[in-house]
Structure formats: structure tokens, C-alpha cells
Design a protein around this ligand. Structure first.
Ligand SMILES: Cc1cc2nc3c(=O)[nH]c(=O)nc-3n(C[C@H](O)[C@H](O)[C@H](O)COP(=O)(O)O)c2cc1C
Length: 212
């Protein structure tokens, strides 16, 4: 029993310590650590019925920032976001809640996605199913990886612009997967500039209704 109490405390600490880390040190975590993070993602749930009897519904790609692969990825993302923005502009962008994201899109087209000096980019591919549940699976994968990264003292940042390229054939070609068959998500991993500490979040205020 005492072991379970310990597990509970450790889990609480990891959940409270999980934050988006956007400032990474130059130091490169060794491959073994990235493999451990990926293993946590591999163990995340998947849409069982849609993938029954298959063993290739999830793939991981580890890209070294600064490599030609990373340059290619940045170029693909810029292209995909340029196309998306064009479509949005045609169909209207009056909704004020779109503004932040549209600004970010414009910045990405000019400067590229904000990967800065994060040493590792990990892309996750999950096979699209019927009905579509792959994005939900990807969120589970990324969350498991995030918590594991915290436990290993690594920095972790979601890298959502890769999602905007999931219908770009150049991305699936680069990764060697069939076009249109997988959805994608990604993260950046390194070491945090500042130590990660447990903290509580102020918003949203706790809102729980028990309907008994
Ligand atoms: C669906 C989703 C996409 C996100 N995409 C990004 C991203 O591309 N880059 C980034 O730095 N943070 C991204 N975030 C992180 C959020 O900005 C962050 O979780 C939120 O501000 C709360 O901060 P915390 O993660 O430190 O608790 C994303 C979060 C979610 C849930």
C-alpha cells in the first residue's frame, strides 16, 4: 500500500510540474532519453476497433534541429500555412477570436515556426480511422510523452504547426508514409533553461457539477 501512496504523490508532482517550456538549453539530451519518452507515447491508448489487427497505426520520427530534415520540415510548414491562410482569407476572417492565430500564422510564414534551439523535434503519426479519432489518440500520446519528459527533467513544448501540414503530401513523402493515411502531431524536446517547478493554475476556476 505504501508504494501506491508514493505513486500518487509522484504523479501529483509530475502533473503540477508539467508546463510548456519554450526556452531550451543548447545541450542535447542523449537518444536514450528520447527513446524513453517515445516509449511512454507508444503505450498511450489507441482507437482499438479502427486499428484492430494492425501493428503500424502509430509511428514516431525524431528530427535533429539544424539538420536538413528540419530545414525541409520548416519549409513544408511555411508552405502549408501559406495555403491555409489564403483559404481563410477567401472565406472571411472577421471572427475576432481568430486574430491571435492569424497573427501567429503570418509570423510563421515570415520567420518559420518557433522551434528556436530546441534540439529534438519528434513527430507522431497516427493512422486515420472511421469514425475519425486519430487526433484524440495523438493527444493521449503527446500527453504521456510530456509527463515522461517532466519525470526525466527534460523540456517539452507542443509543436502544433506540424498539424497544419498533415494534408501536405510533401510531409508524408518526407516521412515515407502513404499520403492521406495518417494524421500528425509533434513536440520539441530538450533541457529547460529554467528549472521546472510544481505550480497551480488560476484559470479556469474549478467548475464541477455532480448530476446524481
Ligand atoms: C491543442 C494544443 C495546442 C498547442 N500548441 C502549442 C504550440 O504549438 N506551441 C506551444 O508553444 N504551445 C502550444 N500549446 C500549449 C499551450 O499554450 C499551453 O498548454 C497553455 O498555455 C497552458 O500552459 P502550460 O502548458 O504551461 O500549462 C498547445 C496546447 C494545446 C492544448
Amino acid at each position: 500500500v505504501s508504494n501506491y501512496i508514493n505513486d500518487n504523490e509522484v504523479l501529483d508532482r509530475i502533473i503540477r510540474t508539467r508546463h510548456s517550456v519554450r526556452r531550451h538549453r543548447d545541450e542535447v539530451p542523449e537518444r536514450k532519453l528520447i527513446e524513453e519518452v517515445i516509449e511512454a507515447g507508444r503505450l498511450a491508448p489507441y482507437a482499438g476497433l479502427a486499428n484492430h489487427g494492425t501493428d503500424d497505426f502509430r509511428h514516431f520520427f525524431v528530427i535533429r534541429n539544424g539538420s536538413e530534415w528540419a530545414d525541409q520540415l520548416v519549409d513544408i510548414i511555411k508552405e502549408s500555412i501559406r495555403d491555409k491562410l489564403e483559404k481563410y482569407e477567401k472565406s472571411g476572417t472577421e471572427n475576432p477570436r481568430m486574430k491571435n492565430m492569424l497573427d501567429a500564422y503570418n509570423k510563421t510564414i515570415t520567420n518559420g515556426p518557433p522551434i528556436r534551439n530546441a534540439p529534438w523535434i519528434v513527430i507522431v503519426a497516427e493512422r486515420r480511422g472511421f469514425p475519425p479519432r486519430e487526433w484524440k489518440s495523438l493527444a493521449h500520446v503527446l500527453q504521456n510523452m510530456w509527463l515522461k519528459a517532466v519525470a526525466l527533467g527534460l523540456s517539452f513544448q507542443l509543436f502544433s504547426s506540424v498539424i497544419d501540414s498533415e494534408d501536405n503530401k510533401r510531409l508524408s513523402d518526407m516521412l515515407g508514409l502513404p499520403a492521406g493515411e495518417y494524421s500528425y502531431d509533434a513536440c520539441l524536446i530538450g533541457y529547460p533553461q529554467e528549472p521546472q517547478l510544481p505550480s497551480v493554475r488560476n484559470v479556469p476556476r474549478v467548475s464541477v457539477k455532480w448530476l446524481e
